[in-house]
Design a protein around this ligand. Structure first.
Ligand SMILES: O=P(O)(O)OC[C@H]1O[C@](O)(CO)[C@@H](O)[C@@H]1O
Ligand SMILES: [Mg+2]
Ligand SMILES: [Mn+2]
Length: 464
């Protein structure tokens, strides 16, 4: 039977965080890109006239694009030339033909936000001297550099643990405690996501990365299926499986990627997994999302004492080198693999990770993820795509909200800090309670408790 699905969130859904994001935050994000382009242009040699000309064109186009959003213009299709030069997946124009005339103030939030980053990318791809320039690189690097406190803390923790991984892997109780700890580190690493902390101070960044914060944050995980993922890995290990593969559908670069790599190293060092596959983005996306180049930049930053100014003879410096060297070794011997399929930056939600989607790599990704024992989806946007970003009642069962993914053979775990209106799998009454709590300090925005990044959900699904 075809149950009719709730609509996806729209940018004109009154009083939603999506409405606010489209009206207020997107113009800021595009303005930040304009400002960063102007800064970048100042670093171009004054006699490099062609590069300056092309960069100025992009800057002017970004200014116009910001105005297009502010003026609530229709979302235009990509021209044939743009699609050709920038290899824009056809799914965008298909959507715009099917939803003809949608405007920035009245369009599905999921599509329009992803379309926004594709429009920005097309401007760069159409200028040969700027086609590989990541306009968000400066912000990614600034934020990672500001994460020194958390980076040191985790590196020192890893260094301490690394001499005990063999012992730890024999002690199930300790192994489970650390598994939970690394899940939490990976989960909250997310909280330094740029798109939400657009004006984060150093103090803000430090606060969300302290160990003490994580201890308190356990209470903030309102749905927690960690135990189910743990049991899955234990069953595999106890059955003597020697080629356990865990996948990460990554979210943000910088501290979150660093935390994810910590988690990956822990899984490999304790033999809970023998292979890690990382899935990143093929274009700059959602301000801070990870591309392959960001993975290599992170390893370089960890070895670069001018980036993280720790004394090169210090324990901290040794800890940075050890972690970076471990990850590099895993990468060289293919125990950690990184792939950036174009599917991840299409507008398609993850109900398209299914044999039926043969146009934009949905079926290809499905076949690959079938070979994984556990696919960890990181962050809010991935959660929105898993649930189709639909206006489900917030007590809707997880297995209903993820559609075909509940039965098509993939085992998944969503680690999500809540930053959007969509929210499912809550126990009865919890939403009302947290709405009331949030309403106190945020009159009229009580339901935005699940858009604040202050709470999180860990949701598991498997069909076998
Ligand atoms: O990096 P994350 O955790 O996916 O967060 C990105 C989220 O930030 C927002 O841009 C604003 O909350 C959402 O639209 C998007 O889902
Ligand atoms: Mg995130
Ligand atoms: Mn992100």
């Amino acid at each position: 039977m075809t149950t009719d699905l709730p609509p996806r969130f729209f940018t004109n859904d009154k009083g939603t965080f999506g409405e606010y994001t489209a009206a207020v935050r997107w113009p800021i994000i595009v303005q930040n890109a304009v400002d960063d382009m102007k800064k970048e242009l100042k670093t171009v040699a004054s006699d490099d006239l062609e590069k300056i000309k092309q960069g100025t064109t992009i800057t002017n186009e970004l200014v116009e694009f910001r105005q297009e959003i502010l003026d609530r213009k229709p979302l235009r299709p990509f021209t044939l030339e743009e699609a050709e030069i920038a290899s824009v997946p056809g799914s965008y124009n298909e959507y715009l033909i099917a939803h003809n005339g949608v405007t920035w103030d009245k369009v599905e939030w999921l599509f329009s936000e992803i379309y926004l980053y594709r429009r920005v990318n097309v401007y760069f791809k159409c200028q040969p001297l700027w086609k590989d320039f990541d306009i968000f690189d400066g912000l990614k690097q600034f934020t990672f550099k500001s994460s020194l406190h958390g980076v040191v803390e985790l590196a020192m923790r890893y260094k301490t643990l690394s001499s005990q991984f063999a012992t730890i892997s024999e002690d199930k109780e300790l192994l489970e405690i650390l598994f939970k700890e690394f899940i939490e580190i990976s989960l909250w690493g997310n909280a330094t996501d740029l798109s939400l902390l657009t004006n984060a101070t150093l103090e803000d960044l430090k606060s969300v990365q302290g160990a003490k914060v994580r201890a308190a944050s356990e209470a903030k995980i309102v749905v927690n299926d960690t135990e189910k993922a743990w049991k899955k890995l234990m069953t595999l290990r106890d059955s003597g499986c020697k080629n356990v593969r865990v996948d990460f559908v990554l979210d943000n670069s910088g501290f979150e990627l660093y935390a994810d790599l910590m988690f990956a190293a822990f899984l490999l060092k304790t033999n809970l997994a023998q292979k890690i596959k990382l899935h990143g983005k093929d274009i700059p996306y959602m301000v801070s999302d990870v591309m392959l180049k960001d993975f290599h930049i992170l390893l370089k930053d960890l070895k670069d004492r001018s980036f993280f100014p720790v004394d090169s003879e210090s324990e901290e410096s040794k800890a940075f080198d050890q972690f970076a060297d471990d990850i590099s070794t895993f990468f060289t011997n293919n125990q950690i693999e990184f792939e950036a399929d174009s599917f991840w930056t299409t507008d398609l939600d993850y109900w398209n990770i299914d044999p039926s989607e043969n146009k934009y790599n949905g079926a290809k990704v499905y076949k690959d993820l079938l070979k994984s024992n556990l696919v960890i989806f990181k962050g809010d946007l991935n959660y929105r795509k898993l649930t189709g970003d639909r206006a489900w009642p917030r007590t809707t069962a997880w297995n209903v909200a993820i559609g075909p993914l509940a039965t098509n053979g993939i085992t998944l775990l969503s680690l999500r800090t809540c930053k959007a209106d969509v929210q499912v799998a809550l126990p009865t009454g919890l939403d009302e309670g947290l709405t009331q709590l949030w309403e106190k300090d945020h009159p009229g925005q009580g339901s935005w408790w699940c858009c604040s990044g202050k709470w999180a959900v860990i949701c598991y699904a498997t069909s076998n």
